[in-house]
Design a protein around this ligand. Structure first.
Ligand SMILES: [Zn+2]
Length: 299
C-alpha cells in the first residue's frame, strides 16, 4: 500500500515536471533586414523610391511570418520581431502573425537588436547580407553602404550579423538561424559556427543573383527555424568580453575629423576612428550615434 502511494506521488511529480517544462516560456527574437530577402538584387526592391518596393515588402513580411511559424512549430512561446532595414517601417503590420510584438523605426540604442534581453532563448536573422569587407554577396555592406568602409570589433572586421550576434551574446542569447544569399550564410557560419542557414539566392555580384521563388523561400525558412529551435541547446552565444575596441573606417574624411574632437574618440588615420566601449551596449549606442547624428535632427 505504502509503495503504491509512493508510486502515485512520483507519477504526479513527473507529470508536474513535464507540464512545467512544456509551459516554460521559450522566447525567440527575430531581426529582419531586406537585402537578403528572396529576389532582392538592387535598390528597386529596397526603398520607397524603387518600382518593386511595395511587392518586396510583402515578400519580406511573409519571410518573417515563415520564421514566426517555424519558431512556434519548434516550441517558441513568445516572439519579438524588429524591422531592421532602411527606415525601419517595411514590414506590413496588418499582415504579420498576430501573436508577436514589433520594434519599428530609428534611432534606437540596440539598433537591429532593439528589444532583446537575457530572457530570450535564441535570435534569428532574416534577410541578412554580407559585410562591407566581403567581396561576395548581394548589397554587401555594414550599417551604411554610402558611409562606412569597415567596422571592426576587437581588431576583427564584422558584418551586421557579427555586430548583432555580439549584442545578443551580451545577453547570453545565441544566434540560431540566418537567411539570405549563399555568401552571408557562409560568412556567418564561419564566424558563429553551426547556425542553421537558409539560402534563398546565390549571389553573382553586388547587384545580381540567381534566386528561388518566394513560396519556396517561405518553406525553407520555416523548416530551418523549426529545426534551429528544436536543437536550441546546441548553440553558444557569441560573447565579446569588455573593454571592446571599435574601429570604424568612413568612406569620406570629415566624419573622422569631426568625431575626433570628442575626447572619447581617437582618429587612427585620415578615414578612421577608434572608440573603446565597456561592453556591447556602449558599442551599439556609439555605432548608432555615428550613423544617426546630425545637428539638423528634428524634432
Ligand atoms: Zn543591413
Amino acid at each position: 500500500m505504502k509503495s503504491r502511494v509512493i508510486c502515485l506521488a512520483l507519477l504526479l511529480l513527473a507529470f508536474a515536471v513535464i507540464t512545467k517544462a512544456q509551459t516554460r516560456p521559450l522566447k525567440i527574437y527575430i531581426s529582419a533586414d531586406m537585402e537578403g530577402v528572396v529576389g532582392v538584387v538592387t535598390n528597386e526592391q529596397l526603398g520607397p523610391q524603387g518600382f518593386e518596393y511595395a511587392r518586396f515588402r510583402e515578400f519580406m513580411t511573409q519571410e518573417v511570418n515563415a520564421a514566426i511559424e517555424g519558431a512556434l512549430a519548434g516550441g517558441a512561446t513568445q516572439i519579438v520581431v524588429s524591422d531592421s532595414h532602411g527606415n525601419g517601417q517595411n514590414l506590413l503590420i496588418e499582415k504579420l502573425h498576430k501573436d508577436v510584438t514589433l520594434v519599428r523605426a530609428w534611432p534606437r540604442p540596440l539598433m537591429m537588436m532593439q528589444g532583446i534581453d537575457e530572457t530570450f532563448a535564441g535570435a534569428v536573422f532574416i534577410g541578412y547580407h554580407t559585410g562591407t569587407t566581403n567581396s561576395q554577396g548581394v548589397r554587401a555592406h555594414t550599417m551604411s553602404s554610402a558611409r562606412l568602409a569597415d567596422v571592426q570589433l576587437k581588431g576583427v572586421s564584422v558584418s551586421e550579423a557579427g555586430i548583432n550576434a555580439a549584442i545578443a551574446g551580451h545577453f547570453n542569447v545565441p544566434v540560431i538561424m540566418i537567411s539570405g544569399d549563399d555568401a552571408v550564410v557562409k560568412e556567418t557560419q564561419t564566424l558563429l559556427g553551426d547556425v542553421e542557414g537558409a539560402v534563398v539566392k546565390w549571389a553573382s555580384g553586388f547587384h545580381s543573383a540567381r534566386t528561388i521563388m518566394p513560396d519556396a523561400s517561405y518553406q525553407i525558412i520555416r523548416d530551418k527555424v523549426t529545426k534551429a529551435v528544436r536543437r536550441i541547446k546546441d548553440f553558444k552565444p557569441y560573447k565579446l568580453s569588455g573593454p571592446i575596441q571599435v574601429d570604424v573606417r568612413f568612406k569620406n574624411y570629415r566624419p573622422s575629423e569631426v568625431l575626433s574632437y570628442l575626447s572619447i574618440v581617437q582618429r587612427t588615420d585620415a578615414h578612421s576612428i577608434r572608440f573603446t566601449g565597456k561592453d556591447m551596449i556602449e558599442v551599439s549606442k556609439f555605432l548608432e550615434f555615428i550613423v544617426t547624428y546630425e545637428p539638423g535632427l528634428e524634432p
